[in-house]
Design a protein around this ligand. Structure first.
Ligand code: NAD
Length: 478
């Protein structure tokens, strides 16, 4: 039978050791793989590639469609961009799937019944890398949440639950505060959830949801979240399931997929033969399943469970009570290879379901909305107090556009500000018409010209729109 081409990168730190141990097991299990090795990470960074990848190797990743990547070291200091974010966003790997399962009593955890899959949005949110320093006092990271981005990840979570026979999908977001962006994520969740009547759905505000997850993970099944929440909470979930050294992840897209351990390159363990290869091994099983080698994935997973049950443990999970022998990275790989064909006796047997090929996600067609320009927020650099420049700017107007509000870090300081409000050198001036009458962009340009003529230092503007008569901007009242 023909071999399936995959790309691998051995990475940095403990990467080469855990990759070699994983490949040893895959080879012993007879996985039919044609392996193309590329180099990414520290060496590429130090050769001057600021994203840690030589552009020449994209073609290899693109043509093989499955990429098994060991962790890499991001050099300290400025100027370097995250290789992981680059790969995920460049290749459109929008879904990050992290199964966090406990292996009690063989691996210690406070949550013996834990079996949670975190589905993290991978392409947008706070990871767009659009950041600015706007004034001496102020920096900004742009957090982008789109309808298509939200719908893709939420539909993926429900499809994943359906395929894997899981019962419930929970959404975490913070729509009580970020009413427009997280509000959209929640709205799309409610819309998509309504189409999956066989799967339960629920919503938690992320803070209390996170607390519940850390305390009672057995309450959850599949959890879908925007990027940053998913990044943080999948590490929490992995750690409380037993160890970050045990969780692999799949980054899935329409045109390819990348599989990796969730942990980093643990440089202090490099070359010591003590790292646990399990996370990368489990990631490689997600890859085997993805490329249709489900039987081999099942064979290896059960041999791995048997090894864990036998008490053959690396240092990170070794425990006097439940472990029998302390082994190195290489020896752990050899022990799993020897157990191929054996099944766990107490832990649940695993059976990978033959994966259907990736189904392109069809997005809902949204009827066109009427979009009307009704004003503009102008952000300025000005030293507090407000009285230093208020006299000038209250006089600025154009047609029906007038100054209606001034905020500092989102807090209303005019009209009717409070003396206690602490201000920095970054103010927002809102110009809008009474009853949000539609205006032309010329009027906004006129306001900007007037402010400029007065010597007001404008940093940026944000237009205010109504969408089908509903404001598409926060109302900024405290
Ligand atoms: P890390 O995950 O590499 O290590 C933190 C600690 O976790 C280690 O000191 C070790 O005690 C433990 N650990 C992690 N993996 C283990 C394993 N397989 N076996 C046993 N113990 C393990 O995090 P860090 O020290 O913050 O980061 C080190 C480097 O890794 C940094 O350069 C960081 O940028 C990079 N990193 C890479 C990735 C990736 O490539 N996907 C992810 C996270 C961090």
């Amino acid at each position: 039978m023909s071999k399936i081409p995959i790309t691998i990168a051995k990475g940095d730190g403990i990467g080469p050791e855990i990759m070699d141990a994983s490949l040893h097991i895959l080879d012993a299990a007879g996985a039919k793989l044609e392996i193309h090795e590329i180099e990414v990470g520290e060496k590429a960074y130090l050769q001057g590639f600021e994203t840690g990848i030589d552009p020449k190797v994209w073609e290899t990743i693109r043509s093989t469609k499955a990429f098994l990547k060991a962790p890499i070291t991001t050099p300290q200091g400025g100027g370097y961009k995250s290789l992981n974010v680059t790969i995920r966003t460049t290749l459109g790997l929008f879904a990050n799937v992290r199964p966090c399962i406990s292996y009690f009593p063989y691996i210690q955890t406070k949550h013996p019944g834990m079996d949670v899959v975190i589905v993290r949005e991978n392409e947008e949110g706070l990871y767009t890398g659009i950041e600015y320093q706007q004034t001496p006092d102020m920096t900004q990271s742009l957090r982008l949440i789109s309808r298509p981005g939200s719908e893709k990840i939420i539909r993926y979570a429900f499809e994943y639950a359906k395929r894997q026979g899981r019962k419930k999908v929970t959404c975490f977001a913070k729509d009580n505060i970020m009413k427009i962006s997280d509000g959209l994520f929640r709205k799309v969740f409610d819309e998509v959830a309504a189409e999956y009547s066989d799967i339960l759905n629920e919503f938690w505000i992320v803070d209390i949801g996170a607390a519940k997850l850390a305390d009672s993970p057995e309450l959850f099944d599949v959890i879908v979240m925007p990027n940053l929440y998913g990044d943080i909470l999948s590490d929490v979930a992995a750690q409380i399931s037993g160890s970050v050294g045990l969780v692999g992840s799949a980054n899935i897209g329409e045109y390819g997929a990348m599989f990796e351990a969730i942990h980093g390159s643990a440089p202090k363990y490099a070359g010591e033969n003590i790292a646990n290869p399990s996370a990368l091994l489990l990631a490689s099983l997600l890859m085997l399943n993805h490329i249709g080698e489900s039987e081999t994935a099942t064979l290896i997973h059960n041999a791995w469970l048997k090894t864990i049950e036998d008490g053959i443990h690396t240092k990170d999970i070794y425990n006097e009570g439940s472990s029998r022998s302390l082994v190195g990275t290489k020896e752990f790989g050899e022990a799993v290879a020897k157990n191929l064909g054996k099944n766990p006796e107490k832990l649940d047997l695993v059976s990978y379901k033959k994966q259907e090929s990736f189904k392109k996600i069809t997005l809902t067609e949204i009827p066109p909305q009427k979009r009307e320009l009704v004003g503009c927020d102008v952000f300025i650099y000005a030293k507090p107090p407000l009285e230093n420049f208020l006299d000038k700017i209250v006089k600025v107007n154009a047609g029906p556009l007038h100054l209606t509000l001034i905020t500092n870090r989102g807090v209303q300081v005019w009209p009717e500000g409070q003396p206690e409000t602490f201000c920095v050198d970054h103010f927002r001036l809102r110009f809008s018409a009474p009853d949000f009458k539609t205006v032309s962009y010329d009027l906004i340009l006129q306001i900007l010209q007037d402010l400029n003529r007065m010597g007001i230092d404008v940093i940026k503007t944000e237009n205010l729109y109504l969408f089908d008569k509903e404001p598409g901007f926060s109302q900024a009242k405290n």
